[in-house]
Write a protein that binds this ligand. Structure first.
Ligand SMILES: [Ca+2]
Length: 326
């Protein structure tokens, strides 16, 4: 009896220490119980196990997307990554064809996303997702853009995911931002878009290649991918073009090609006048370059908001397709 009391006391003491260690943890656990029907005490104990990581704070403070395009591009568009993509496609040809057909997504884009995210599974991130999400929920650095609420929701979804799918919260690894597996799915995306393509009864984005490939395809499909349609073309820009139409964060196509032409932006290839599009600007060493972007470009930005990311995925996908068809 005494031993049980002692254990209970240790548990209570460590729980109260935790509140000091992670500001907001008690509130988080209460919310987990009230809104998600999770075990409050279990969540608290798990959070106690979460470690603050300065390296995660440092990494989120200097994302690659802060670079100009001419410095960002060579990170992802390399001979090695193109060759790796062709090999990955050949190795998983039937699965990729199956997912492409089933979800209506061009195969080279499925390959390129996995290539940009994790180099086809060879770099999936060495952080515990629990540490990453707890650090970014409770200690988000002052970068002028506080995303702690976003990460707090993802931390909650990690507990939900663990509860629903039996994924061990304190073991799973991912990126410094908490993205998991070969396709780098955040917990909310895992819950919403992961699929069990190999039909073994569980969605496994770490070690089931069918589930990984199917889930990436399903993610793009659910965000509106249009198969066999263009992603982007370079734009010809008139001297008096209306630069206010250049998108910064939101690449949802809101103008027709005809309207953009009137505003001074025309795609380098013929496109139906009624097609919705947007305009992106990317910085090359010799100055700004402009692109007419379509629905599919927007869909890629659902994976990562940066137009640099979408352009890198697109360029890599085209280079891989070229290599694959040779
Ligand atoms: Ca499965």
């Amino acid at each position: 009896m005494k031993r049980i009391l002692t254990l209970a006391l240790v548990s209570i003491l460590s729980t109260s220490c935790l509140a000091q260690q992670h500001p907001g943890a008690e509130e988080f656990a209460a919310k987990a119980a009230a809104e998600y029907n999770l075990d409050q005490q279990e969540v608290l104990l798990m959070l106690e196990n979460a470690r603050f990581k300065q390296s995660i704070v440092d990494a989120i403070s200097r994302p690659a997307e802060g670079k100009p395009w001419y410095q960002y591009r060579p990170i992802f568009i390399t001979e090695k990554r193109i060759r790796g993509g062709v090999e990955f496609w050949r190795e998983n040809e039937e699965l990729i064809a199956l997912a492409s057909r089933k979800y209506g997504v061009d195969p080279q884009v499925i390959v390129a996303i996995i290539g940009v995210e994790t180099f086809y599974g060879s770099i999936t991130g060495g952080y515990r997702v629990l540490d990453a999400l707890a650090t970014l929920s409770f200690y988000y650095p002052d970068t002028g853009n506080d995303r702690s609420e976003f990460f707090s929701k993802e931390l909650m979804n990690l507990f939900v995911l663990s509860n629903e799918e039996g994924i061990p919260v304190d073991e799973v690894t991912g990126s410094y931002a908490g993205a998991m597996g070969l396709g780098q799915f955040m917990p909310s995306s895992y819950l919403e878009y992961a699929v069990d393509l190999d039909e073994d009864g569980r969605r496994d984005l770490w070690s089931s290649m069918p589930d990984v490939i199917g889930s990436v395809a399903n993610y793009l499909h659910r965000h509106g991918w249009e198969p066999d349609q263009p992603v982007t073309f370079p734009a010809r820009v008139a001297a008096n073009a209306n630069m206010e139409l250049v998108a910064k964060r939101d690449f949802k196509p809101k103008k027709t090609i005809a309207e953009l032409a009137q505003a001074g932006f025309s795609p380098s290839e013929p496109v139906n006048n009624e097609t919705p599009a947007a305009v992106a600007r990317l910085e090359e060493e010799d100055g700004d370059h402009y692109f007419v972007t379509f629905k599919n470009f927007y869909v890629i930005t659902r994976y990562n908001r940066s137009p640099l990311y979408a352009m890198a995925v697109y360029e890599l996908s085209e280079a891989i397709r070229h290599g694959f068809e040779q």
